[in-house]
Write a protein that binds this ligand. Structure first.
Ligand SMILES: Cc1cc2nc3c(=O)[nH]c(=O)nc-3n(C[C@H](O)[C@H](O)[C@H](O)COP(=O)(O)OP(=O)(O)OC[C@H]3O[C@@H](n4cnc5c(N)ncnc54)[C@H](O)[C@@H]3O)c2cc1C
Length: 428
């Protein structure tokens, strides 16, 4: 039986280890950090977690279906989640499959398989595998835009932000208002001397609770057509959170769900209390001064770039993953159409896809690898479909913004049903 490597023991790597071993596929896992949990382990050197972070999607829509969380909190904090992944790995005997403190540095195709080179304190090793599952995460390599001029205060990306201690007594400017940016702005309100947030475009703010329930649990399993959902949800949001323009945000130049929504209304409360201000896009840095596009300017001690992350698979040549622009072009964000033995897990961004969505990716991969060994005709039919048939539309009818961070965005319902259909086609 062929042996496969898995890179990363975060939620996606663990899901892959579980799904593959469940079907009897042999795996070796490689994890650069000391334990499982991926970025949910704040002590993992690659983690981009911060002390105040909690789930953004709610517990029941996020957890693995076969392993509910013990916590009863709707949006548990990162330490609870780290424990959850440790318990998951224990429950399904996944820990011993991984080599910890071992970083994969290179993948090279060789004789129909892959040579995987890894580095451990005891040295460098190269091992041959039939294929490699890349589950090294999507939120680790910062995306840092170029700015005109130079800033003489401290310039930091949110990937280096851990706790509000870093903000104590400082004049803080956050650039970008994604979910992390808004969490950190709320932290800053309590510790910084002043907090400003510079934004380029408007956002949609979804409350954590609607009608007394976690908002992402409403209307589960009965997806509405995109246009109807956009219209209904915009009205509900207007009724619950009001118009963010009133709080100083620009009006969004796109419809709801065409970009990732912000699940945080505390930021609006703080704006209402006058605890922070919204500023326009940055024009340039000028010593300690930041000059904005509307001609205004202010001095800051710390500029925090909440400008997101970019995909990065640094250990393998880009051609092997068919990169196209900001993301590899892969069937269902998993399979290169060349079927070269590389498989990507977790390269999906979506509102509410959760770890179960990531497990379903792994389950499809496991079904394919199992078929490749036991039912070659079914595996060949799958490959032929991928090569010749049109790829499923996983946008759900939403017109996503043409931004780099949206290059691998999917609609969770459309995506999960496409994955399910393919799995059933391999294993009726
Ligand atoms: C603040 C915050 C809140 C979030 N909230 C939610 C939420 O509510 N719901 C949700 O679904 N998602 C959320 N996410 C997204 C999060 O990315 C996923 O939940 C999940 O962690 C993705 O798992 P992963 O295994 O793909 O990647 P990661 O968790 O990033 O794990 C990747 C692992 O690969 C290892 N690795 C990397 N490179 C190598 C290498 N070369 N060799 C060996 N090992 C390597 C890393 O050490 C790491 O352990 C949130 C993210 C953040 C930052």
């Amino acid at each position: 039986m062929s042996r496969y490597a898995i890179i990363g023991a975060g939620p996606s790597g663990l899901a892959a280890a579980r799904a593959l071993t469940r079907r009897g596929v042999a795996v070796d896992g490689y994890e650069a950090s000391h334990g499982v949990g991926g970025l949910w382990d704040i002590d993992n050197p690659r983690s981009t977690m911060y002390e105040s972070a909690h789930l953004i999607s709610s517990r029941t829509t996020t957890e693995f279906s076969e392993f509910p969380m013990r916590s009863s909190a709707d949006y548990p904090g990162h330490r609870v989640l780290k424990e959850y992944f440790e318990e998951y790995a224990d429950r399904f005997d996944l820990v011993d499959l991984f080599r910890f403190d071992t970083t994969v540095t290179r993948l090279e195709p060789r004789d129909g398989g892959w040579d995987l080179t890894s580095v451990h304190a005891e040295g460098t090793q190269t091992q041959r595998y039939a294929g490699v599952v890349l589950a090294n995460g999507t939120l680790a390599t910062p995306s840092i835009p170029a700015f005109a001029g130079a800033f003489t205060g401290e310039l930091m990306h949110t990937s280096d932000y851990r706790s509000a201690d870093q903000l104590e007594g400082r004049r803080v400017l956050l650039i970008g208002a994604g979910n992390s940016g808004c969490d950190i702005a709320v932290d800053a309100v309590h510790r910084a001397v002043s907090v400003d947030m510079s934004v380029r475009r408007g956002y949609y703010f979804v409350p954590r609770y609607l009608f007394g329930r976690p908002s992402d649990t409403l209307n589960q399993g009965r997806p509405l057509p995109a246009r109807i959902k956009q219209s209904v949800d915009s009205r509900v949001l207007r009724a619950f959170t009001g118009d963010p323009v009133r709080f100083g945000f620009p009006r969004p130049d796109y419809r709801i769900y065409e970009s990732h929504p912000i699940v945080n209304t505390m930021i609006l409360n703080h704006l209402g209390q006058g605890d922070l201000r919204i500023r326009p896009d940055v024009d340039r840095f000028d010593g300690a001064t930041v000059r904005f596009r509307d001609g205004s300017a202010d001095d800051y001690d710390l500029v925090l770039l909440a400008t997101g992350y970019r995909l990065d698979y640094p250990f393998v040549d880009r051609a092997h993953l068919s990169w196209q622009g900001a993301a590899p072009r892969l069937f269902l964000n998993i399979f290169p159409s060349s079927f070269n033995g590389l498989y990507v897990m977790g390269m999906i961004e979506a509102s509410g896809i959760g770890w179960q969505g990531r497990y379903e990716q792994a389950d499809l991969l496991a079904a394919y690898l199992h078929a490749a060994e036991r039912d070659p005709d079914a595996a060949e039919r799958f490959r032929s479909r991928v090569r010749t048939a049109p790829w499923p539309d996983v946008t759900g009818g939403y017109r996503y913004l043409g931004l780099d961070r949206m290059a691998y965005y999917v609609n969770k319902d459309a995506y999960r049903s496409a994955v399910r259909r393919e799995r059933l086609a391999i294993e009726p």
